[in-house]
Design a binder for this molecule. Structure first.
Ligand code: SAH
Ligand code: MG
Length: 221
C-alpha cells in the first residue's frame, strides 16, 4: 500500500506493465526475498521513458542498493553510457558490483562506496541526469552537492518524495519520521519555487519529483 493512490489504480496500472525478463527479473526476485527496496515497476517505466526521450548517456545515482535501477537505466541508455552510483552500505555495494559484472556493465557503471554527502564532493564530471533514491532527510544536501554537476537541460529526479503520503497528510504521519517529513516538505517547496528549475511532482510509486534544469542554480549564503 503506497497511501498515495487508490489501490485499484495501482494494481490496474501495474497490471499494464510488461514483466521484465533476464537479469532484472532475477534481481526483482532477490529484492523481494531480501526485502531490499528497488524502484517500483511504474517508476522503472518512467525512468526508461525519460532516459530514451532525452537521450541520457551520463547518469549520477545516489542510492545503489543491489544495482537494480542502475542496470535498468543502463539497459535504457543503449551504447556508450556511463553511470556513477553511490551506496553507503558496503554489503549492498559489493552485491551491486557483482550484479553489474553479471550484467556485463562493469565498464559502464561505477559504484562508489560511502555516504553520498561526502562522496558527492569528489565526483567529477557533468551528467545528463541525476537520480536520487536514498535517505530522504538528506535530499536537500544531495541536491546542493550535485546540481552543479548536472548540465543545463538535464533532469534531476528524486524517488520517494511523497513518503507514503506523510508529506501531504498529518494523520498518516509517524512520530519518529517527523524530521524527515519536515525536510522533504522543505525540499519539495524549494525545488518547486526555484526559478532555475522546471519541476513537476508525480504521485507515482512513493512519489517522484522531476526537475528540468533551465539554468545554473545559485545558492545564497
Ligand atoms: N535505487 C535503488 C534502490 C535504492 S534503496 C534501486 O531502485 O534499485 C536506497 C539505498 O540508498 C539503500 O541501499 C541505502 O543504503 C542507500 N543510502 C541511503 N542513504 C545514503 C547516503 N547518505 N549515501 C549513500 N547511500 C545511501
Ligand atoms: Mg526508492
Amino acid at each position: 500500500m503506497s497511501q498515495i493512490n487508490h489501490d485499484y489504480i495501482n494494481s490496474y496500472l501495474t497490471g499494464l506493465i510488461p514483466q521484465h525478463e533476464g537479469v532484472l527479473k532475477e534481481l526483482e526476485a532477490y529484492a523481494k526475498e531480501h526485502n531490499t527496496p528497488i524502484v517500483t515497476p511504474d517508476v522503472a517505466g518512467l525512468l526508461k521513458v525519460m532516459i530514451k526521450s532525452v537521450q541520457v548517456k551520463n547518469i549520477l545515482e545516489v542510492g545503489t542498493a543491489i544495482g537494480y535501477s542502475a542496470i535498468l537505466m543502463g539497459l535504457s541508455a543503449g551504447q556508450n553510457f556511463s553511470i556513477t552510483t553511490i551506496e553507503r552500505d558496503e554489503e549492498n555495494a559489493a552485491i551491486a558490483v557483482q550484479n553489474i559484472k553479471n550484467a556485463g556493465m562493469e565498464q559502464n557503471i561505477r559504484v562508489l562506496t560511502g555516504d553520498a554527502s561526502e562522496v558527492l564532493e569528489n565526483v567529477e564530471g557533468t551528467f545528463d541526469m541525476i537520480f536520487v533514491d536514498a535517505a530522504k532527510g538528506q535530499y536537500m544536501d544531495f541536491f546542493q552537492k550535485s546540481i552543479g554537476k548536472l548540465k543545463v537541460g538535464g533532469i534531476f529526479v528524486c524517488d520517494n518524495v511523497l513518503f507514503r503520503g506523510m508529506v501531504a497528510e498529518r494523520t498518516l504521519l509517524i512520530r519518529r519520521k517527523i524530521t524527515i517529513v519536515k525536510r522533504l516538505k522543505k525540499f519539495l517547496q524549494y525545488i518547486s519555487d526555484n526559478e532555475s528549475l522546471q519541476t513537476t511532482i508525480i504521485p507515482m510509486g512513493d512519489g517522484v519529483s522531476i526537475s528540468y534544469k533551465l539554468k545554473e542554480v545559485v545558492f545564497d549564503e
